[in-house]
Design a protein around this ligand. Structure first.
Ligand code: FAM
Length: 434
């Protein structure tokens, strides 16, 4: 029964050879033109990064069967559950291979064993005013975990470049393992939900997370956590949180510092905070036009949002050009577990209305919903109604993708990131007369 670290140690030399070959064969080839608009336009579509864990194209959809990262997949689900375990997804992200049930169980146990957070980090969280946004508290705590970083220590001790991935792996495992205790403590401190229970080494990661939040006895909520942590983990290397982690990691900041930076990006309303924004927007809509509102009233509300110079949260995407498959996965969960929920019905009603309006408004390149349009409704249904907390759950999941990326970046010796910036005057000069 190979452990994840042993399997990685086998795979890394093979991948180093593979990268060497690709660079030797294609390294000097041009990879499409760069146009000036891309410099001004947030680098949209600019080919600039390597990440093997996941790739999106505009029409991407999950294979619905035989895929460990999606509901209905054959492996990793514990008895009595039908959602995949994020443990299995992490193994897949790191190795490109589907683990055995035994390997998944070992990961659950390993993470439970690493889950305790230092007392001083607990104190930092306990001293935060409850008015400090949960994402800021989350980022503070993750930054502070750097106190015990194996990578930072190994670097100080003069570790060779070839050995970077080992302590990065250890830090990454510690990071993922400690997040439920951090998230649970923030939730209970801010929203006053009593004392934090202990992690149970016999339970999977998502079940423990649900328990720390106070929902461990609700089987459907535990299933939701398994789905939630699985689908929010990774979404190509270029999105704000994934890329920020990679960028900061490229300075050889340890995984805690790199992931804290990811969290600060995820806390932005155009990225992960959109799941909070969706719920706020829906609540305001209900307050204004009432429950069971007509399509006409919803349309008017959506237009008023756009005319007020605001975005419709939960809609649009920088890469996807169709309904986000993560939205669809959550919709399927809702159809199975909460088909009559009024807020779920409103989300479905909005789905039939917003895309046409965004198309008519004519700006958004993708009028379809993204992952954030649906997640809050599911959490609300089970009583996790504190929307300021939603992005923390997104963050717990995103650690899986960022950690996998950091491990591989250090294994492959990814260099410091340092793209070239230009001034507007320089652009004018370069293209004068052309
Ligand atoms: N509502 C209103 N306008 C929108 C819009 C939306 N949902 N989506 C895009 N637009 C506008 C956008 O603001 C831009 O306007 P300006 O030209 O005035 O700047 C224009 O349409 C073109 O934007 P785009 O090229 O279609 O999208 P971008 O790649 O620039 O941005 C998003 C992508 C996701 C930031 C954007 O669609 C958005 O703001 N959506 C709402 C916020 C949201 O749901 N974010 C979560 C995304 C999610 F997948 C995640 O990261 N977790």
């Amino acid at each position: 029964n190979t452990t994840l670290k042993e399997r990685l140690a086998e795979l890394i030399p093979l991948e180093l050879e593979n990268v060497k070959r690709v660079r030797a064969e294609h390294g000097k080839k041009s990879f499409g033109p760069v146009i000036v608009d891309q410099l001004y336009g947030g680098m949209r579509g600019l080919p600039a990064l390597i990440w093997d864990g996941s790739v999106l194209d505009a029409g991407y959809s999950f294979p619905r069967q035989n895929h460990p990262g999606v509901p209905g997949a054959p492996s990793q689900g514990p008895p009595g559950g039908s959602e995949p375990l994020p443990e299995g997804l992490f193994w897949l992200l790191v190795t490109g291979e589907v683990p055995t049930q035994e390997q998944v169980t070992e990961l659950s146990k390993d993470w439970a064993a690493r889950s305790a957070i230092p007392e001083f980090v607990e104190e930092i969280l306990d001293r935060c005013p409850p008015t400090l946004h949960p994402m800021s508290q989350f980022s503070l705590a993750v930054t502070a975990l750097n106190h015990n970083s194996a990578f930072a220590k190994a670097y100080q001790d003069g570790v060779s470049k070839k050995e970077y991935w080992g302590p990065t792996f250890e830090d990454s495992m510690d990071l993922i393992a400690k997040l439920p205790n951090i998230a649970g403590r923030i939730y209970r401190n801010v929203f006053g939900q009593g004392k934090l229970p202990a992690i149970d080494p016999a339970k999977d990661y998502s079940h423990n997370l649900a328990t720390l939040l106070g929902f461990g006895d609700n089987h459907a909520f535990v299933e939701l956590m398994r789905l939630y942590i699985t689908i929010h983990s990774d979404h190509e290397g270029g999105n704000v949180s994934a890329h920020t982690g990679k960028l900061v990691g490229s300075a050889l900041s340890d995984p805690f510092l790199a992931f804290a930076a990811s969290l600060n990006g995820l806390a932005g309303p155009l990225h992960g905070l959109a799941n909070q924004e969706v719920l706020i927007w829906l609540s305001k809509m209900q307050a204004k036009i009432g429950e069971n509102a007509s399509d006409e009233a919803v349309k008017e509300y959506v237009w008023a949002t756009l005319k007020g110079g605001q975005v419709v949260p939960g809609y649009g995407h920088a890469v996807l050009r169709k309904t986000d498959p993560r939205y669809t996965a959550q919709r399927e969960f809702a159809l199975k577990h909460l088909p009559q929920d009024p807020l779920f019905k409103l989300v479905g009603q909005i789905y039939n209305i917003v895309p046409d309006i965004l198309l008519e408004a004519g700006k958004a390149k993708n009028p379809w919903p993204n992952v954030d349009a649906h997640s809050g409704v599911l959490l609300t249904h089970y009583g996790l109604t504190q929307m300021q907390f939603y992005t923390v759950l997104f963050g717990v999941s995103r650690a899986f993708g960022v950690a996998a990326q950091l491990i591989w970046d250090r294994a492959l010796g990814a260099p410091l990131e340092r793209p070239k910036s230009y001034s507007t005057a320089a652009i004018d000069k370069i293209f004068k007369g052309r």
